[in-house]
Design a binder for this molecule. Structure first.
Ligand code: ATP
Length: 386
């Protein structure tokens, strides 16, 4: 009998064990034994992953990281890398981080009270201290910013709009205009076709478009009277404008985050939803809602389905799908209180700037006259390199 030598590191949740494989006992045999190890070690769950050739790392958690609430107190200091979105920890307490570079859209779904607002608070608080990030907010739940979840965050937003469809339409058009201007000048001004090759900067900030209760802005109005027809035309146009932002915004540094209880096709048009590479879902009531939020594949992973997260112990737990990776990750997101979000928004409000104005400044500084500038020059001519 051979007994492998192991190295054990305990932590708050359990143990991390590093071991060598043995003749006829490889990774697969360790993995098959995981559930017996869980019983023997009195762990909630045990996973075995490769740790280089001939080595395995065994993670055993005695208390479940998913049902252990955590709180995050934002520091107010800028992140080293603004494109790193630290979401929380997975079921083995390993940090889960998503790269936002080259991501044009994110969807966040979940039943009321499941933790969406707290997740958005964290996201904004983490990025707000960077001058290279600007935010714009839409909240379909309120008429004015002071009424809702964005009452404090609005201080760090260069524009905000409530449920007024005309106002939303005007603001979406303004953002599409920014997208167009950026697309037409990016090569001349940044010297690259994709902003992520050089990273966001103060004058070319990552522009985060937060659309909460997104269905408000896209819903279909059915009816023959003139007002209903007008609203139907507005929401249809809103959908086309947001489609433009999501389909063409990636390379010019525009990230759209759509938040809605359900992300079924009637709430967020599928031509928008299906081009968002990152999807997060907090608890859901039905399999259909889970499929809308995470794609059809979630049917194949019933243990990870957000339908299983309806117990109050799972408030703040989200399931994530990432394009190009099999399976799903469950994540315990830390709670970020409104008070902390207010503190950070206030402390960083001086960094707020309209990216369109930043673009004007950048064009001026680099001697370009951008489209939409006042100069008599044909923009195509004035932007051409000598
Ligand atoms: N990550 C978390 N960890 C622990 N508790 C949380 C977490 N997120 C939220 N909560 C608790 O749940 C409550 C509701 O959360 P939140 O407002 O984020 O839900 P929501 O999904 O945005 O709801 P709604 O759709 O109604 O806006 C919070 O006040 C807080 O008490």
């Amino acid at each position: 009998m051979l007994t492998p030598r192991i190295k054990v590191k305990p932590d708050r949740f359990g143990v991390i064990v590093r071991a060598r494989t043995l003749p006829q006992v490889g990774l697969e045999e360790y993995q098959k034994a995981a559930r017996f190890l869980a019983d023997a070690w009195r762990c909630t769950r045990v996973s075995v992953l490769p740790d280089g050739p001939g080595r395995v790392v065994i993670r055993g958690v005695r208390s479940d990281p998913l049902t252990t609430p955590t709180e995050h107190r934002p520091t107010g200091r800028p992140l080293e890398e603004v494109s790193h979105w630290e979401l929380g920890v997975d079921e083995y307490a390993a940090p889960v981080c998503v790269s936002l570079a080259n991501v044009p859209g994110v969807t966040v779904a979940g039943t009321p009270g499941a933790g969406k607002t707290s997740a958005v608070n964290k996201f904004v608080c983490d990025l707000a201290p960077a001058a290279a990030v600007q935010f714009v907010g839409f909240d379909g739940k309120v008429s004015r910013a002071e009424e809702g979840d964005y009452a404090d965050l609005v201080k760090r937003m260069f524009a905000f709009c409530g449920d007024d469809l005309d106002e939303a339409n005007t603001l979406f058009k303004r953002l599409v205009e920014l997208r167009r201007r950026r697309s037409s000048v990016i090569r001349d001004v940044l010297g690259v076709k994709n902003m992520w090759h050089v990273g966001p900067s103060r004058l070319w900030p990552l522009t985060v478009v937060l659309i909460d209760e997104a269905h408000t802005f896209f819903r279909e109005y059915k009816g023959g009277d003139a007002e209903t027809k007008r609203l139907a035309a507005l929401t249809a146009e809103n959908a086309r404008l947001v489609e433009d932002l999501v389909k063409k915004g990636r390379s010019v540094g525009i990230l759209t985050i759509l938040i809605s209880q359900k992300t079924t096709g009637d709430a967020i048009p599928t031509f928008i939803r299906d081009v968002c590479p990152v999807g997060l879902s907090f608890a859901q009531k039905t399999v259909e809602a889970a499929v809308a939020a995470l794609g059809d594949d979630i049917r194949n992973w019933p243990d990870a389905s957000p339908v299983t997260l309806q117990d109050p112990a799972y408030v703040g737990v989200a399931v994530m799908a990432m394009q190009g990776r099999p399976g799903f990750t469950r994540i315990r997101t830390p709670y970020v209180s409104d008070a902390n979000a207010a503190r950070i928004a206030e402390a960083t409000s001086h960094l707020t700037a309209d990216p369109a104005v930043c673009l004007d400044a950048l064009l001026d500084a680099t001697g370009h006259t951008g489209p939409g500038g006042d100069g008599p020059d044909d923009p195509a001519v004035s932007l051409a390199k000598p």
